[in-house]
Ligand binder design. Sequence first.
Ligand code: UDP
Length: 350
Amino acid sequence: MKIATIVGARPQFIKAATISRIIQEKSDIQEIIIHTGQHYDDNMSEVFFTELNIPRPHYNLGVGSSMHGKQTAKMLEGIEEILVKEKPDWIIVYGDTNSTVAGALAAAKLHIPIAHIEAGLRSYNRRMPEEINRIATDHISDVLFAPTQNALNILKQEGLAERSLFSGDVMYDSILYYKEISRSKVKLEDIADVQPDRYFLATIHRQENTDDIKRLQEIFLAFSEFDIPIIVPLHPRTKNILDDVAFRSNVKIISPVGYLEMVCLTSNCIKVFTDSGGLQKEAYFLKKPCITLREETEWIETLEGGWNFTVGADKQKILDKVHYCNYEPQKEYFGDGKAAEKIINYLLKK
Ligand code: UDP
């Protein structure tokens, strides 16, 4: 069986690492990796292939950054050409980026079956480009792997029950697999000048926070009021506009880090502040409280038991939740750590 995997953005490399590891254990699958080039800086792309032993992409379309339409169109053109040549039995797409929807659209028109991993997520905020990408991809894919029961229920409500199944979350598999590797290979002091359990961790890159300088300023004003350091591995999109934002020296900006470093930073911090989907979940998996810098979240399971709060970009709401510490035991919403195996076995049987 030949599978073409479409990746392009940071969270997809992390998910693909776990799926590719399982594929490599099966002698009867050949995987072709197509990198769209949506993320291209070394610390947003190359580092993941090296650290996580992801097979080198067979193709890199090098599309780079541009407006959504132009970027997606370039991907569509490039992916179509490769799929015509490679004739895979399946394509795998992940999550909700422009690379996801471009891959799915190209394959759907060529009648190549599409597996969507991390299907059924909804924020119900159609101003998010990711929401449009998710909805479109789910509705043109052939098999939808839902990471949680909530996601599966959403797919059922949208009339997609027959094509959907609960797999568990491959990012949960990833954390379980890489947690120990991170602990043995990476030292906190080599990443940032902080002590374990004496700092907060933040990431910010959602368009709603980076397109609106007032929101970004409000977030950084809140961070500046903390009496301990907050480490911010900064996404290139946010870095581009940071010159216009004021903050105090306890806010420590660093370059984006590799996954093993990020797992180390998350494991050792007190709390996470983020607008990232993936990091909200990793905070939950590592039992770190999260404060989400958005008005809503797709990962509603993490809100239970006080583990996550959505506060938007409201300084006072951010500050109000900093000292919250009344957490209830977590439930097992994200599967048993064997999502990748289930997904690949399913595709092999099909
Ligand atoms: N991440 C990383 N290095 C960083 C920041 C984040 O490896 O400097 C990882 C993080 O641990 C998570 C993933 O990137 O696994 C989340 O990706 P991102 O926030 O870019 O996208 P989202 O999950 O919001 O789609």
